[in-house]
Design a protein around this ligand. Structure first.
Ligand SMILES: CC(C)(COP(=O)(O)OP(=O)(O)OC[C@H]1O[C@@H](n2cnc3c(N)ncnc32)[C@H](O)[C@@H]1OP(=O)(O)O)[C@@H](O)C(=O)NCCC(=O)NCCS
Length: 164
């Protein structure tokens, strides 16, 4: 299985949106929300391709040395094959030197995702009560990366997106 990570293009959105609808119920993003990401200077957007087909996507925010994994999903028929782990590892590699920490919220009941994050070293830092609209709690998880050098003048600015 050959996998390739690349930046998402706007023309990828129909397929990304379809994977999102198959992956989330109440938490699915709208098409407008996804389009908006392309205009946010701190938004990073990635897809994984296999044989020209998009099999996974992720949206990450990178703000002042802190990265937040906003959403990530693997197409249902591609799950359980190591794609999610490969993808997340690549994302983390790309964030090294740009972020000191990667954070995310995950539903407490989402065992596959929690295991995936744990397998890459993410730790639960706290539980957010009734975080989701249906009342479920979230686990806030974090992965500490190496400290990065930030110049004093950089602190007030949005960090530069990686891989541009
Ligand atoms: C969570 C998700 C991204 C995992 O992607 P994936 O490609 O299936 O995961 P991988 O095959 O790379 O598995 C990596 C690790 O995750 C865990 N995992 C994956 N699927 C699992 C399952 N069904 N049950 C338990 N653990 C699971 C395992 O620890 C696995 O490592 P192992 O195979 O060495 O045991 C995928 O299930 C998905 O897209 N889910 C719907 C969207 C979602 O919930 N996204 C996360 C929102 S926070």
């Amino acid at each position: 299985m050959e996998l390739r990570i690349r930046e998402m293009k706007e023309e990828d959105l129909p397929r990304v949106y379809a994977i999102n609808r198959l992956s989330f119920t109440t938490d699915a993003w709208s098409e407008e929300a996804m389009q908006r990401e392309f205009r946010l200077p701190y938004s990073l957007r990635f897809v994984v391709e296999s044989g020209g087909e998009i099999v996974a996507y992720a949206f990450v925010w990178l703000i002042k040395g802190e990265a937040f994994l906003m959403t990530l999903a693997v197409a249902p028929e591609w799950r359980g094959k190591g794609v999610g782990k490969w993808f997340l590892r690549k994302i983390v590699e790309r964030l090294k030197g740009k972020a000191e920490v990667v954070s995310l919220d995950v539903r407490k009941s989402n065992i596959p995702a929690i295991r995936l994050y744990r397998s890459l070293g993410f730790k639960v830092v706290r539980e957010r009560l009734r975080f989701y609209s249906d009342g479920e709690n979230a686990l806030l998880m974090e992965l500490q990366l190496d400290k990065i050098e930030m110049h004093a003048g950089d602190k007030g600015k949005t960090a530069e997106p990686v891989d541009r």
